[in-house]
Design a protein around this ligand. Structure first.
Ligand code: SF4
Length: 175
């Protein structure tokens, strides 16, 4: 039987959801016979590949680069999972939304800096007017809340999917 092709993606998040993924510890070894991790910050792949079965996406959609990525991920993935509160609700990244991009950039790069002040305009992806949860941009198949979701929950979700079951998320909580 061919292995399930799994990807994990880090958009506008703190990487805490990926830390929680790693916190599955030795249980990852239970998954390895059944999955191939084909794209992730944890592996070396540079391009999001075609034919991904399950994509777990951490973080909100905050920049033009995030937007491009999430559309590509949606196109190339069968099951797209919003992993964690930032992906599900936009959570922390959306704290900038009420202020607008110009004000935030000014505060961060001009006012709160002691040397070499200057708003970067070439090296950083352009921020969107607002940070958005994934489902406002693409269709999401499963929402896994938590900041971060616990390793137990991530393991349960992956195990259920691998067994062909719909994960039971009734006990999952935000925060
Ligand atoms: Fe970090 Fe929490 Fe957002 Fe996950 S949901 S990326 S842990 S802030």
């Amino acid at each position: 039987m061919s292995k399930v092709r799994v990807a994990t993606v880090w958009l506008d998040g703190c990487s805490g959801c990926h830390m929680s993924f790693l916190d599955m510890d030795e249980r990852i070894l239970n998954l390895i016979p059944k999955i191939d991790i084909v794209y992730s910050p944890l592996v070396d792949a540079k391009e999001f590949p075609e034919g991904v079965d399950v994509a777990l996406v951490e973080g909100a959609v905050s920049s033009d680069e995030d937007l491009h990525k999430i559309k590509l991920i949606r196109e190339r993935s069968t099951t797209l999972i919003a992993l964690g509160d930032c992906a599900v609700t936009s959570n922390v990244p959306s704290m900038r939304n009420p202020f607008g991009v110009d004000l935030v950039m000014k505060r961060v790069y001009l006012e709160n800096i002691d040397c070499q002040a200057g708003v970067p305009n070439e090296r950083l992806p352009k921020l969107l007017p607002k940070a958005r949860p994934l489902h406002e941009v693409v269709k999401v198949d499963l929402f896994v809340p938590g900041c971060p979701p616990s390793a137990d929950l991530i393991y349960q979700v992956l195990s259920d999917l691998l067994d062909g079951k719909t994960p039971d998320l009734t006990q999952a909580r935000f925060g």
